[in-house]
Design a protein around this ligand. Structure first.
Ligand code: AMP
Ligand code: MG
Length: 530
C-alpha cells in the first residue's frame, strides 16, 4: 500500500549522534541533558491531500505517482510511519519579544527522519501532528488557515530566491481544531491541517541557547560539534578535532547567511512578524511562517503581527537590527565554547557593515544600476523616505521603475510610476515634489549607468518580483479552501513558481490590495494564533 514511498532512504543523524530524553511520548515536561524526545505523530481521522509541491517531492526522490498514492497522504498526515523513520521532537529555548522564555522546543513539529537522496540530506518535519513534550499548554495542532499560509509562502519564497525551509505537502486532518483567532475571547472550530516541511536541518539559535542557559556545557559542545559536522561540513576538514576556531567560523557563517537572508526579505518586502530567537535558523533559512506579511504600502513601520502592534519590534525596517540582536544572543550561547568575547564582538560589528554593503548592492540591482557609485547611498536612502510619504505599492513601484526612460522630460517621470499609488489622484504635495525630484536624479544617474538600458531592465526584472504572496491573495485561497475548493491554492502555487515573469491571464495576482482587504482580518492583521 505504501508502494514506492518505502524506497525512501533514511539516515537519522540527529537521533544517532545526540542524547535522547529517557522518557518517550508527549507528557509535557522539562528535558535535561538531552537534545530531543521520541514522540510519534497522533493519527488523524480522515486525511485528505490539499496540495503538494512536486519540486520538493523530487528533491526527496519521490515520483508524481508516489505523491498521488494513498500512502502519501497517510504518511504525511502522520497516520503511518515508513521503515527507517524514527520520530522525534527537539528541545530548544528562545528569546521571545526580547525576553528569555526558557524551554520552548518542537511543540507541534515532529521530525519523521532524515532522507538521503542524490547526495543531499533532508529532514522531514510534520507541523501540527499532535502534542510533544514541548507543547506546554497548547494542543500540538495546526489549522488550515495557517497551514495554507506556511505551505504557499515557503514555496513562494524559494522561487523568489530567498533562503527558506520548504513545504512538501498540505493535508487536511478531517478533524476540527478550536482557535481564538484574534485572542479576543471568541474561540471557534476550524479545520485541522498538517504541513510537511523539508529542510537540510531545522536547527535554531534557540537550540544553543537552551543548553547554555542550563549550564549544560558538555552537551553544548557536543551539539555544536554535531552541527558543524552535519550542517557545516565545509568548515571541518576530514576528521580533524573541533576547537575554538571552528566555533568562531560557525558563528561567522551564521552572521553572513543571516545578513544575506534579511537582505532578501528587504528586497521582496517580506516581514517575518515573529523574529524570536527560536525562529532563527542557523542555516540562515526563513523558518516558521506565522503572522508574516508582505508590504503593500511601503513603510518601514509596518508589522503584520497584531501581537507586536504596540512595540512594533518586528516591523519591516527593524528586521536587520533585530537579526543582529538575535545573533548577539547566539554569540552569548556560544561563549562558553569560545571563552573570549572579542572575536564574537568583532563578528557582530562586521555583521552591521556586511548587511549595509549587501543592502546597497541589492538596492543597486533593484534600481538597475551597473554598480554602486560613491554617492548612490544617498539616492537609495532618499528613495526610502520619499516612498513613505504616500501610500505606494512596493512591488508595483519597482516593476514600474524598470519602465522609466531617462530621456523623458522631468515633469513626465511621475506618470511612469503612477500605477503604484493607492490614491494617485490624492498624492500629498510633499510626496509629489519629492518623488519628482528623486526620479529626475534617478534618470540623471541612469544616463551615467555603466550598463545598457536592456541590461538594466533585465537586472530590474530579475530583482523585483511581479508576483508575491499578497496578504489578501493568501486569505482568498484560505476562504476557498475552507469551503472545500483548493483551486486557488493550486493556482497561487503555480503563479508563484515564476514570480519574475509576466504571466498572461494572471494579472489579477499582481494587482494592488483591494479596498475591502485594507482592514480585513488575515489581510492586514494577523495574530500568532495558528
Ligand atoms: P512560535 O513563536 O509561534 O513559532 O512558537 C513558539 C513556541 O510555541 C514553539 O515552541 C512552538 O512549538 C510552540 N507552539 C506554537 N503553537 C503551538 C501549538 N498549537 N501547540 C503546541 N505548541 C505550540
Ligand atoms: Mg516557532
Amino acid at each position: 500500500m505504501l508502494g514506492m514511498l518505502e524506497t525512501l532512504q533514511f539516515d537519522n543523524g540527529f537521533v544517532r549522534s545526540l542524547p535522547a530524553d529517557a522518557e518517550t511520548g508527549p507528557r509535557r515536561r522539562q528535558i535535561r541533558d538531552a537534545c530531543y524526545s521520541r514522540v510519534e505523530p497522533t493519527p488523524v481521522a480522515r486525511p485528505e491531500l490539499v496540495a503538494h509541491a512536486a519540486e520538493v517531492a523530487q528533491l526527496l526522490g519521490l515520483t508524481p505517482a508516489d505523491c498521488a498514492s494513498d500512502g502519501f497522504v497517510e504518511v504525511f498526515s502522520g497516520n503511518r510511519l515508513l521503515p527507517g523513520m524514527d520520530p522525534f521532537a527537539t528541545c530548544y529555548g528562545g528569546h521571545q519579544f526580547g525576553n528569555w522564555a526558557g524551554q520552548l522546543g518542537d511543540g507541534r513539529a515532529i521530525n519523521l527522519g532524515e532522507v538521503v537522496n542524490a547526495g543531499a540530506r533532508w529532514t522531514l518535519q510534520l507541523k501540527g501532528a499532535g502534542p510533544t513534550p514541548y507543547s506546554r499548554t497548547a494542543d500540538g495542532l495546526a489549522v488550515l488557515r495557517s497551514s495554507v499560509r506556511e505551505f504557499l509562502c515557503s514555496e513562494a519564497m524559494f522561487h523568489l530566491g530567498v533562503p527558506t525551509t520548504r513545504a512538501l505537502s498540505l493535508v487536511l486532518t478531517g478533524e476540527q481544531v478550536v482557535r481564538d483567532m484574534l485572542y479576543d475571547g471568541n474561540p471557534a472550530p476550524e479545520p485541522g491541517a498538517v504541513v510537511c516541511r523539508v529542510a537540510p536541518s531545522f536547527t535554531r539559535f534557540g537550540h544553543f541557547e537552551i543548553l547554555a542557559a542550563r549550564g549544560e556545557d558538555q552537551l553544548l559542545r557536543q551539539f555544536a560539534d554535531y552541527t558543524l559536522r552535519s550542517d557545516f561540513p565545509h568548515l571541518v576538514r576530514g576528521g580533524e578535532p573541533i576547537g575554538r576556531d571552528h566555533y568562531i567560523a560557525l558563528f561567522a557563517e551564521v552572521c553572513r547567511t543571516t545578513a544575506e537572508m534579511v537582505t532578501h526579505w528587504m528586497r521582496v518586502g517580506f516581514v517575518h512578524g515573529v523574529m524570536n530567537t527560536d525562529n532563527m535558523s542557523v542555516l540562515g533559512l526563513t523558518i516558521d511562517y506565522g503572522p508574516y506579511g508582505w508590504l503593500e504600502d511601503f513603510s518601514f513601520d509596518w508589522t503584520p503581527n497584531t501581537t507586536d502592534a504596540s512595540g512594533r519590534r518586528y516591523r519591516y525596517g527593524n528586521q536587520p537590527g533585530i537579526a543582529q540582536w538575535n545573533l548577539l544572543q547566539l554569540a552569548q550561547a556560544l561563549l562558553p565554547l569560545i571563552e573570549d568575547p572579542k572575536p564574537l564582538e568583532e563578528l557582530l560589528s562586521r555583521y552591521a557593515a556586511d548587511y549595509q554593503s549587501r543592502w546597497q548592492a541589492m538596492m543597486a540591482n533593484k534600481l538597475g544600476l551597473g554598480s554602486v557609485a560613491h554617492d548612490d547611498g544617498e539616492l537609495f536612502e532618499r528613495l526610502m523616505s520619499v516612498l513613505q510619504l504616500a501610500e505606494t505599492d512596493m512591488t508595483i513601484f519597482f516593476r514600474e521603475l524598470a519602465g522609466v526612460d531617462p530621456q523623458v522630460a522631468a515633469d513626465k517621470l511621475l506618470e511612469c510610476v503612477s500605477d503604484a499609488y493607492y490614491q494617485p489622484e490624492a498624492l500629498p504635495p510633499e510626496h509629489r515634489e519629492a518623488m519628482q525630484g528623486w526620479l529626475a536624479d534617478y534618470a540623471g544617474r541612469l544616463r551615467h549607468n555603466g550598463i545598457t538600458p536592456e541590461q538594466r531592465q533585465q537586472r530590474m526584472q530579475e530583482t523585483n518580483p511581479r508576483y508575491v504572496l499578497r496578504n489578501y491573495l493568501a486569505q482568498l485561497a484560505i476562504d476557498a479552501a475552507e469551503g472545500g475548493d483548493y483551486s486557488l491554492v493550486h493556482e497561487l502555487l503555480e503563479v508563484l513558481r515564476n514570480p519574475y515573469t509576466e504571466q498572461a491571464g494572471k494579472e489579477r495576482f499582481a494587482a494592488k490590495r483591494p479596498d475591502w482587504a485594507r482592514t480585513r482580518v488575515g489581510c492586514s492583521m494577523l495574530s500568532c494564533s495558528s
